[in-house]
Write a protein that binds this ligand. Structure first.
Ligand code: HEM
Length: 534
C-alpha cells in the first residue's frame, strides 16, 4: 500500500468514527427532545385535566369548570381557610363565576357573580329553598327541629307565617316601637355614662346588649336579666354557637358518609352548647307558661308557639324542641348579624370623617338638636340609610350563603346534579368590579338615586345587593334590622364625637365563626356633644 492509500484509509477511518459519533449524538439529541416532548405532552394533559377540562357527571353532561384540587380532599382546604370568602373570591376571579368544587366526593357549586346568582334565584328558587340536612338532629343549635335547616315544607311555612305575622307585621312593629325606643335610650345612656367617666366603649359589646334586649323583648316579652348574670350567660352561649359554625357546616356537608362510617363529627362540642341552651330555655318556657295562664294573654311569639304546642288541632303539631330551637336561632342569627353591621359601619364612618360630617349635618337638619333620634326619623334620613347599606355591602355578616339543589337543573348551559350543595359568595358578588365602581371603597353615595351610575332600576340594584340573601329563604328580618342598626348608628353620630388610638381603625377581617367580624374589635372614646338634651 502506497503512502497515499494509507492516508486515505486513515481518513476513511476518521470519517467513519466521526459518522458514528455524530449518529450517536443525533440519537441522543433525538432521545432527549423526544423525552422533553413526552414530558410536555404529559404536563399538558395533566394541566388540561386539572384546569381546563370540564368534569362530566355520570350522564356525560358538562359540569361547570373545576379549579385544581388536592387528591382525596378535593377543595376542602379552600373552605377551611380562615378567610374562606377571600380564597373562594380569588379562585373565582381566576377560573370563573360558576365553578364546580368537591369536598371528598361531595359536590358543591360555587357562585360569585350577580348574573349567575340572579339566574339561579329566578329560575331555581324552590329548587334551592332548602339548606341540606342539619349536622346533629337533636341539637337545638341549627339542628333538625330548627327553622334555619328546616326543609322547605310544612314546618318552615308554619314558622315563617308566625315570624311574619307575630314579629314583623307593620301593626306588630308599631306596637313594639316603645320597646325599641326604650332600649335605644338605654344604649345612649350607657355610652354617655362611659363618656362622662372618660372610658372606652367597645361598640360590639354595647350593640350586642341593644340588639339582644330588643329581640328578646319583642319575641318573648322579656329581656335577660343583667343583674343575675342571665344576659351574660346568653351572650356567652351565642358566642360559643358562632365558634361552632364551621364545625356545624362541615358536619352537615359530610353528614351522610360520616353517618355510614358511624362517626358523629363534632357531636360532643355541639351538644354541650345545645344542652346549656336547653336548660336556660326550659326555665323561661315554664315561667312564660305560668304568666300566660295567669294573664290569659296571647301576644308575643313565645305565647303563640306555646299555644300551638298545647293545641291538639294546631295547623302544625310542634314539639318543645321546636320552640327552643326557634329562640336559639333567633338569638344566634338575629343578634350578631346586626351587631357586626353596626360595628363595621361605625368603623367605616370613623375612617371617613367627611361621611361622619355629612351624616351629622343630615341628622341635625332633620331631627334637630333638642331630642334623640328615633327610628321613625329614618325614612327621612336618606344618607343614613345609604351609609348602613354601604356598610352591609362591604361587610356582609354572612359572606357565604349555603343552599342545596334538590333536583338536577341546568345553569348557564351547565348541568347541576341533584343534591349538590350551593355556596353563593355574597362577599365577592358585592365587590364584583363588573357591577360596582371602586368596589372596595366606602362610598354611600352610590345608593343615593341621583348619583347612581346609568340610573339602574331597582331590580338591577337588588340583583347586585344581597347581604340578606335572596328568594323565599332570604332573611325575613331585613327591614327590622336596617331600622335598629340605622337608629344605633344615628345615636352614636348625633350625640358623640369619637376618638381612636392611631389615625385609622384597623379593618382586618376574621371569619372564624358564623359571621364576618373585625379581627380587632372597635374600641373608641366617646366625647359628648353639647346638645340641649345631654
Ligand atoms: C344586619 C342584620 C342581618 C343580616 C345581614 C341578615 C342576613 C341573613 C342572611 C344572609 C340569611 C340567609 C338568607 C339566604 O339563605 O338567602 C338570613 C336568614 C335569616 N335571618 Fe337574617 N339577617 C339579619 C338580621 C336578622 C334579624 C334581626 C332577624 C330576626 C328577626 C333575622 C332572622 C333570620 C331568619 C329567621 C333567617 C332564616 C330564614 C330561612 O331560612 O327561611 N335576621 N339572614
Amino acid at each position: 500500500m502506497c503512502s497515499q492509500q494509507v492516508l486515505n484509509a486513515e481518513k476513511e477511518g476518521h470519517l467513519a468514527s466521526l459518522r458514528v459519533s455524530i449518529q450517536e449524538t443525533v440519537m441522543s439529541v433525538d432521545f432527549q427532545s423526544c423525552f422533553i416532548y413526552m414530558l410536555l405532552c404529559l404536563f399538558s394533559i395533566v394541566c388540561y385535566t386539572l384546569v381546563f377540562k370540564k368534569p362530566k357527571d355520570s350522564r356525560g353532561c358538562d359540569l361547570p369548570p373545576s379549579p385544581p384540587s388536592l387528591p382525596i380532599i378535593g377543595h376542602l382546604h379552600l373552605l377551611l381557610s380562615s378567610l374562606s370568602h377571600k380564597s373562594l373570591q380569588k379562585i373565582s376571579s381566576k377560573y370563573g363565576p360558576l365553578l364546580h368544587l368537591r369536598v371528598f366526593n361531595i359536590p358543591i357549586i360555587l357562585v360569585s357573580s350577580a348574573s349567575v346568582a340572579d339566574e339561579i334565584f329566578r329560575s331555581q328558587d324552590v329548587n334551592i329553598s332548602s339548606r341540606g340536612a342539619a349536622a346533629i338532629d337533636e341539637s337545638l343549635v341549627f339542628g333538625s327541629s330548627g327553622f334555619v335547616y328546616a326543609p322547605y315544607g310544612d314546618y318552615w311555612k308554619f314558622v315563617k307565617k308566625i315570624i311574619v305575622t307575630k314579629l314583623l307585621r307593620p301593626q306588630v312593629l308599631e306596637r313594639s316601637r316603645g320597646v325599641r325606643a326604650e332600649e335605644l335610650q338605654r344604649f345612649y345612656n350607657r355610652i354617655l355614662d362611659k363618656a362622662r367617666k372618660n372610658e372606652n366603649v367597645e361598640i360590639g359589646k354595647e350593640a350586642t346588649m341593644l340588639m339582644n334586649n330588643i329581640l328578646c323583648r319583642m319575641s318573648m316579652g322579656r329581656s335577660f336579666s343583667e343583674e343575675n348574670g342571665e344576659a351574660e350567660r346568653v351572650r356567652g352561649l351565642v358566642g360559643e354557637s358562632y365558634a361552632l359554625a364551621k364545625k356545624i357546616f362541615f358536619a352537615s356537608v359530610l353528614r351522610r358518609p360520616l353517618k355510614k362510617l358511624g362517626i358523629p363529627l363534632f357531636k360532643k362540642d355541639i351538644m354541650d352548647v345545645s344542652n346549656k341552651f336547653d336548660e336556660l330555655l326550659e326555665k323561661i318556657l315554664v315561667e312564660h307558661k305560668e304568666k300566660l295562664d295567669e294573664e290569659h294573654k296571647d301576644t308575643d311569639m313565645m305565647d303563640v308557639l306555646l299555644a300551638a304546642y298545647a293545641d291538639e288541632n294546631a295547623e302544625y303539631k310542634i314539639t318543645r324542641n321546636h320552640i327552643k330551637s326557634f329562640f336559639v336561632e333567633l338569638f344566634v342569627g338575629g343578634t350578631d348579624t346586626s351587631v357586626q353591621t353596626t360595628q363595621w359601619t361605625m368603623a367605616e364612618i370613623i375612617n371617613n370623617p367627611d361621611v361622619f360630617e355629612r351624616l351629622r349635618e343630615e341628622i341635625d337638619s332633620v331631627v334637630g338638636t333638642s331630642r334623640l333620634i328615633q327610628e321613625t326619623d329614618i325614612p327621612n334620613l336618606p344618607y343614613l340609610q345609604a351609609v348602613v347599606k354601604e356598610g352591609l355591602r362591604l361587610h356582609p355578616p354572612f359572606p357565604l350563603l349555603t343552599r342545596k339543589f334538590q333536583e338536577w337543573c341546568e345553569i348557564k348551559g351547565f348541568y347541576i346534579p341533584e343534591k349538590t350543595f350551593l355556596v353563593i359568595n355574597a362577599y365577592a358578588w358585592m365587590r364584583d368590579p363588573d357591577s360596582w365602581e371602586e368596589p372596595n371603597e366606602f362610598k354611600p353615595d352610590r345608593f343615593l338615586g341621583s348619583s347612581r351610575l346609568g340610573q339602574e332600576d331597582e331590580r338591577e340594584e337588588a340583583q347586585k345587593y344581597i347581604p340578606f340573601g335572596g328568594g323565599r329563604r332570604g332573611c325575613p328580618g331585613s327591614n327590622l334590622a336596617s331600622v335598629f342598626i340605622g337608629a344605633a348608628i344615628g345615636v352614636m353620630v348625633q350625640c358623640f364625637d369619637w376618638g381612636i388610638k392611631g389615625d385609622k381603625v384597623d379593618m382586618e377581617e376574621t371569619f372564624e365563626g358564623l359571621t364576618l367580624t373585625m379581627a380587632h374589635p372597635l374600641k373608641c372614646t366617646p366625647v359628648p356633644r353639647s346638645l340641649s338634651f345631654l
